[in-house]
Ligand binder design. Structure first.
Ligand SMILES: [Fe+2]
Ligand SMILES: [Fe+2]
Length: 196
């Protein structure tokens, strides 16, 4: 079943392997994805790679990862008093910025233009900022203040949601456009949202 699902996801959404963890410490699973984001960003900058495939893989992984964090990880860490409501909302704000920057990359026709390079530069800025901040202000408290058993339970919930999203072909331009519109309605993309 697992192999079939992974195969299906690779065939329908992206030919690039996004991994398929099913369990583990949630902090480690999130960090593994963060390293995948960094590899995909590096490949997106490289004009010799299949940039269209890379941008679709990045869109799929970012969407699945952000939804899984917002659905399972942030609420649980908030209930455990590991992070504040403001920190969770700030994370959602940065995910929304990531969706917006990814949409700009996805919507460009060519991948060999100055406009594409500019959009990739903005995406890298937004995404690298979020990875750094999340690791410092969300994953460190999760390590320090949440027990191993809960981190394992959360890891399974995170992985299951992430894989389900990938299997359902998340990360299309239409879906990301809808995520951006929803974030805007919730005020998550307002100018006064602090980016520090
Ligand atoms: Fe993350
Ligand atoms: Fe995140």
């Amino acid at each position: 079943m697992v192999a079939a699902g992974g195969y299906l996801a690779r065939m329908t959404s992206t030919p690039i392997d996004l991994g398929r963890p099913v369990s583990g410490d949630v902090v480690e699973l999130i960090l593994d994805d963060h390293r995948r984001f960094e590899t995909l960003l590096r490949d997106l900058r490289d004009s010799s790679s299949d940039r269209d495939a890379v941008r679709r893989a990045l869109a799929t992984l970012h969407t699945a990862h952000a939804i899984a964090e917002e659905t399972h990880v942030y609420p649980k860490l908030e209930r455990k008093d590991a992070i504040s409501q403001e920190e969770a909302e700030h994370g959602e704000h940065e995910h929304a910025e990531g969706h917006e920057a990814l949409l700009a990359v996805l919507e460009l026709k060519g991948t060999d233009t100055d406009a594409f390079d500019d959009a990739v530069e903005e995406l890298a800025k937004v995404l690298n900022h979020h990875l750094t901040e999340e690791e410092l202000t969300i994953l460190n408290p999760a390590r320090d203040e949440v027990g191993e058993r809960v981190r394992a339970q959360l890891g399974e919930a995170f992985a299951t949601e992430r894989n389900r999203q990938i299997d359902e072909g998340c990360g299309s331009a239409e879906q990301i456009r809808e995520l951006v519109a929803r974030a805007r309605r919730k005020g998550l993309l307002d100018e006064d949202q602090d980016d520090e």
